[in-house]
Design a protein around this ligand. Structure first.
Ligand code: BGC
Length: 415
């Protein structure tokens, strides 16, 4: 190569590097199951259409525990991604440390305050300004059932915890695993919080898991809840330890198991498998929680970056997330409902419509409660303390009384 050619090649390389880096958004997320990957693909396509590029940084692991560990180490080493899935009180903690970019300009321009329920915008703001953008609303207190499996065993889909426990022997006799469950701490906590909400009610739930009232944590009601929770173990197969949530969902999809207690990201798996609600599967409120709604809101926070192009790409990402097109397509795939209010409900299925109706009625009745198992109710240290007690109890022969004492003591220590 002669000198001029080499110089041009060098220049081209430099230009192409600039172009490739300009407008690139590295996105840390934990959406790796079939339905989740389809959903995140929607955002990637929209961003790419706007001329920016998406650098995927997916860290597998349900509920994002592994992703949050990776995020911390990247941030501590001074190299955070441009955007990361982050939610609940974590947003406040990161903003307080000074890591997060201010999104208030984007939010004001698009009128987010008028498009979001206050319960959501409060979570997205730090010192009254937006530092995160919400994606969706997931309802956590769902029961997913395979109607054919119930029919085969001659039992109805349970509406109380006692009915659920009583359905076990008949389902087993028909060769069906009653409850599909993955033995991972966050899945144990998801099941536990449904039992606690159903048996204790919304006020009890809030007192225990949001306000951490000591008397409620030590109450006879809590002992009863732990006892019932332990009984659900008999419904679970021996292979559950370590099983991922979406594998448990696939057991319900193929009729190996009858039901699963899981948030409506599970519906994303049914949808991705081409299954229809009301026909191939049934969504019902988790037992005794028909008039309650445990919410879990996914959101993204953007990290402070210096380059103008990178900031522009980040802000485009934030703007796109709140636009109707993304809100509709993403949520149809994800199983959740749009967080943006005033959206057309027509394209959504019966489970999503039920979730929408319940979200607004529970917001009025006081039965809209934050999920502690999914980082919405309390600090990560208190949530971690609760979840440790719950999972240790579920996987040992500890008594309910012992667990309740441990629960109250470790919540106190975590505050
Ligand atoms: C998240 C969902 C995700 C699920 C399984 C939840 O905590 O909010 O978006 O699909 O965990 O990873």
């Amino acid at each position: 190569m002669n000198k001029t050619k080499a110089a041009i090649a060098g220049l081209a390389l430099a230009v192409s590097t600039v172009v490739a880096q300009a407008g690139e958004v590295e996105v840390l997320h934990y959406w790796t199951s079939g339905g989740e990957a389809k959903s995140v693909g929607v955002l990637k396509d929209l961003l790419t259409k706007e001329g920016h590029s998406w650098k995927d940084f997916a860290v597998a692991g349900g509920a994002g525990e592994a992703a949050m560990t990776v995020l911390k180490s990247r941030a501590v080493s001074g190299n955070p991604p441009a955007a990361a899935q982050m939610k609940g009180l974590d947003i406040q903690e990161w903003a307080d440390l000074g890591f997060l970019a201010n999104l208030d300009g984007v939010a004001k321009k698009a009128g987010w305050d008028d498009l979001l329920p206050k319960v959501v915008s409060d979570i997205m703001k730090y010192e009254n300004e937006y530092v995160a953008v919400p994606v969706n609303v997931h309802r956590v207190n769902w029961l997913w059932a395979n109607p054919a499996a119930f029919e085969k065993a001659g039992v109805k889909v349970p509406t109380t915890w006692a009915e659920m426990i009583a359905s076990g022997p008949k389902l087993k006799a028909a060769g069906i695993i009653p409850l599909a469950h993955g033995g991972q701490a966050w899945q144990d906590a998801t099941l536990f919080e449904a039992v606690a909400l159903g048996m204790g009610g919304s006020e009890f739930y809030n007192k225990a898991f949001v306000k951490h009232d000591d008397a409620t944590l030590r109450s006879p009601k809590m002992v009863e809840i732990f006892k019932t929770f332990k009984q659900t173990r008999d419904l679970i197969d021996a292979d559950s330890p370590g099983r991922d949530w979406n594998i448990a969902t696939s057991m319900v999809i193929n009729g190996k198991a009858a039901m699963q207690i899981m948030g409506d990201w599970a519906k994303g798996e049914f949808t991705a498998a081409g299954k229809e609600p009301g026909k191939d599967f049934v969504c019902a409120p988790a037992p005794q929680t028909e008039h309650q709604y445990t919410f879990n809101i996914d959101s993204f926070a953007l990290f402070n970056l210096k380059s103008k192009d990178a900031v522009e790409a980040q802000e485009t990402l934030a703007r796109l997330i709140m636009e109707p097109k993304f809100q509709e397509t993403f949520n149809l795939n994800k199983g959740s409902i749009p967080v943006r209010q005033g959206m057309d409900e027509t394209p959504f299925d019966s489970c999503a419509k039920a979730s929408m109706a319940s979200f607004s009625s529970t917001a009025k009745s006081g039965d809209l409660v934050p999920s502690f198992a999914h980082g919405m109710a309390t600090t990560s240290s208190a949530a971690g303390a609760i979840s440790d007690v719950v999972t240790n109890f579920f996987n040992s022969d500890q008594s309910a009384e012992e667990a309740v004492t441990k629960l109250a003591n470790s919540v106190k220590a975590s505050l």
